[in-house]
Design a protein around this ligand. Sequence first.
Ligand code: ARG
Length: 261
Amino acid sequence: MKGTKGFALLLLSGAMILFALTACGKDFRSLDDIRKSGELIMLTNATFEPFEYVSGGEVVGADKDLAQMIADELGVELRIVDMDFDLLVEALKSGKGDLIAAGMTANPERAEQVDFSSVYVKNGLLIIVPADSEIRSGADLAGKRVSVQEATTSDDFATNEVEGAEVLRFKDAVAVGDAVQNGKADAAVLDIKPAEGVVANSGGRLALLPDPVTQEDTSMAVAKGNAELLAVVNKVLDAAVADGTVDALIQEHMDATTGAE
Ligand code: ARG
């Protein structure tokens, strides 16, 4: 009797140790793994000019250029996997890619699930309205139809900070501005640079409210605990921020997407 019990306990603790090991087991590739495979895999949602967008059938943008610099630093090719924004964190966690580069805001909820890099862009959210709108401030959004990209910080803002808004959620950030253009929404909430681009391309039909309604930090993300890769990402990003490369890339892609010289 005693023996059986002891054996059962032993089995149980064995199973628990195994469980704990797999639960803490790393779900990411080491730098060695990445170098051996010959490619760094970037996860993104390419609907977000100037950070990532599709041009000529390819994903381009400031994030792509920065991820390319990280791949170059590692001596590997860059592969890009484009997916819905709301799937990015899970995809990273389950090892479908090595890093997220998606104009992503480093916020505490996400930081529980992924590790964020240095901040490479100081960001915030802007409100886009029809040029003739009576909406003058975030407070005026109360009870209005507000378009956002699903699972973004804009979604959080419209859902949690705006009284009685009817939140229209789109998978695609391009559709967010379109909804205001075609009268389906009274306003859109979008990150600063993408919002500036949408308004610049609206032929005067849309306008921006001047003050950002939030202040946010844009970072890349790696799997929790992937300190090795994070160190390389930070090295490249910190240098690119310091020498003006990040600003120049954003400007280059703003010009390319808004038709400016
Ligand atoms: N900064 C916002 C967020 O992190 C929006 C990012 C959207 N990015 C994109 N590639 N669509 O929630």
